[in-house]
Every structure is written in structure tokens, then in C-alpha cells.
Design a protein around this ligand. Structure first.
Ligand code: FES
Length: 327
């Protein structure tokens, strides 16, 4: 194998699609390798990458493979007929042997280093970041269990790999046939907070809500989640509905953001660009530093710590009349 790609300095990298495998009903696994055969950069379990698709479309997908595997990365993608077109492009336009541009891995869903036990809860395609976590936890000999909920066995991806990797008795499969009442009793499972235990969940909207409600009495720092689709938004109390001003400190530009406009769009119209991917407050690609002003955070990714100094400009807005951004 050639010298590895330098980690930490990459913003994008080229990969070759080494294989596309049917994984489950509507789910393909994409195996991606360096075109020159070099090792890929390392990534943390829970991380995702931006995939630059034909037509300038960028979508984020979790890295589902073993983080210790440097010869190839694996993405698991569910084809969503009602989606915005990214997953359809992945399924219908990409072919084995083609090259793709990816963003460097980013992680907004890290494993806690000190968990005495980890409970991983996956709903459908939400298995992808949790599978990478399962690889890492198993390799480190750490205590964990994985609950994987899907409609039927045919809808559950990566089953063979999971069965080989999760310790005996720790992989729990729940097939509800489309009726959540017949699925995992999430409230029952999380009824007793385990000392030193951490919970990680990823899945569709109803599943996320059920997990969040069932974990509401666990210590906040022990509950970790990642949405792959933005939940229905309720209008936050006190949010400014109208326009506001955004000053870009480094370029000296001031833009007005209209009531129906995102900050990203207003900045673009002024001739500046901010990197974006999901445009839904899920991926963190558009995170920028905030120097002045009060932010109305509407993302699903920044930690409370990050919210003190940063914002996602694709969805978040201003509570104050003006924001000054480090741009
Ligand atoms: S583009 Fe993904 S959070 Fe803004």
C-alpha cells in the first residue's frame, strides 16, 4: 500500500467507488477507496462525510464501517423516494469505478470516552453511525449493547457484519412489521438510568422522539443523538420573525436577512460563500463563529458549549437586531 493520505489537512478528497452492494430493501452500501491505493485518513465512530454528487448536490452520510479500517470507507444509503434527491442520485447515478469528491470526516456524534456501558439504539438507516460505534466499542473490549429496530429483517442492513461483531447476547433485533406497538419497548428499556451508562440513538423522527422521551430522566451528558432528517420545527418562543442585519467582520460586508431568507442565502447574494451540505441544521458544515449578537439557534447538532460562540447559518437566525459573524 502507498503512503497514507495526510490526515488533518484535508478539506476534500477524491475516492473511487470500489463496490456497491445491496444491503437491504432500498439500502445500498458504497465502498470507497483512495484511487491510488493509499490509506484513507482515520475517522472517529459517529463521523459523517459530505458527498459531492453530480449536479453540485452535496449530501452528508455517516461512515458505517470499522474506524480502524483504512483501506476503504463504507456508507450505507437508503433510497428515499420522497427525499430531496440526494439518495436517489447515490442509488441511480453512481457506478462502481467512478471517482467521487468527499469532504473530510466530521464528527458531531462522538462516543464518550468514560462510559461504563453504552446502549446503542438504531432505527432503520440510523444504524450507520451506530455500526461504526459498535466496531470501535467491540475492538476496545468495552461493554455495550445494540438494539436495531426495522420493519422487517429485509429492511435491516449490515446484519451479517453486526452478528459477527457484537458480543453474544448483546445484539437485539426488533422487527415490528410496521406497527411500532409491536417493536422495542424503548421506555421500558431506558426506565432505569444505569450508573455510568450512556445512550446513543439515531433513526427516523418518531423513533427519535420516543428515544428522547424515554431518556428524558437520564443525565443530560449521558444522552447522545444524531438526526438524519430535520424534525418538525416548532417556532421557538421569542424568535424574531422579521428581518435582521448580519455583519461579516472579516470582509466588512453587511447584509440584510429577510424574514423568509436564510443567512446563508443572504450571504451568497452578497457574493460570499459559506460551505453547506444538509441545509437543515444537521451536519455542521455551515458552522461559523459569532462575535456579537444573540442567536436563535435552530440546529440539531451544536453542543451547548458550541452554541456559546458559534451558529449554523443555514437554519439559525437572530434574536437581536444584528449579528456579527467571524466571516
Ligand atoms: S449546512 Fe448542515 S448544518 Fe448548515
Amino acid at each position: 500500500m502507498n503512503a497514507p493520505l495526510p490526515a488533518g489537512v484535508l478539506t476534500t478528497l477524491q475516492v473511487r467507488i470500489r463496490a456497491i452492494r445491496w444491503q437491504a430493501e432500498g439500502i445500498h452500501a458504497f465502498e470507497l477507496a483512495d484511487p491510488e491505493g493509499r490509506e484513507l485518513p482515520g475517522f472517529e465512530p459517529g463521523a459523517h462525510v459530505d458527498v459531492h454528487l453530480p449536479g453540485g448536490v452535496v449530501r452528508s452520510y455517516s461512515l458505517a464501517g470499522d474506524p480502524a479500517e483504512r483501506r476503504h470507507w463504507t456508507l450505507g444509503v437508503l433510497r428515499e423516494a420522497q427525499g430531496r434527491g440526494g439518495s436517489q442520485a447515490m442509488h441511480e447515478r453512481l457506478r462502481v469505478g467512478e471517482t467521487l469528491t468527499l469532504g473530510a470526516p466530521r464528527n458531531a456524534f462522538p462516543l464518550a470516552a468514560d462510559a461504563a456501558h453504552s446502549i446503542l439504539l438504531a432505527g432503520g438507516i440510523g444504524i450507520t453511525p451506530l455500526k461504526a460505534m459498535a466496531h470501535a466499542l467491540a475492538a476496545a473490549g468495552r461493554s455495550f449493547e445494540l438494539h436495531y429496530c426495522a420493519r422487517t429483517r429485509n429492511n435491516a442492513a449490515f446484519l451479517d457484519e453486526l452478528q459477527a461483531l457484537v458480543p453474544e447476547g448483546r445484539l437485539h433485533l426488533h422487527f415490528d412489521g410496521g406497527d411500532p406497538a409491536k417493536g422495542l419497548d424503548i421506555a421500558g428499556l431506558l426506565a432505569e438510568p444505569a450508573p455510568g451508562g450512556h445512550i446513543y440513538f439515531c433513526g427516523p423522527g418518531g423513533f427519535m422522539k420516543a428515544c428522547a422521551a424515554a431518556a428524558s430522566h437520564w443525565p443530560a451528558g449521558a444522552v447522545h443523538s444524531e438526526h438524519f432528517k430535520a424534525p418538525e420545527r416548532e417556532k421557538p418562543a421569542g424568535a424574531v420573525d422579521g428581518s435582521f442585519e448580519v455583519k461579516l467582520a472579516r470582509s466588512g460586508i453587511t447584509v440584510q436577512v429577510g424574514p423568509e431568507q436564510s443567512i446563508v442565502r443572504a450571504i451568497e447574494l452578497a457574493g460570499q460563500r459559506v460551505p453547506t451540505s444538509c441545509l437543515s441544521g444537521l451536519c455542521g458544515a455551515c458552522k461559523v463563529g459569532v462575535l456579537e449578537g444573540e442567536v436563535d439557534h435552530q440546529d440539531f447538532i451544536l453542543s451547548d458549549e458550541e452554541k456559546r460562540t458559534c451558529m449554523t447559518v443555514c437554519v439559525s437566525r437572530a434574536k437581536s437586531a444584528c449579528l456579527v459573524l467571524d466571516l
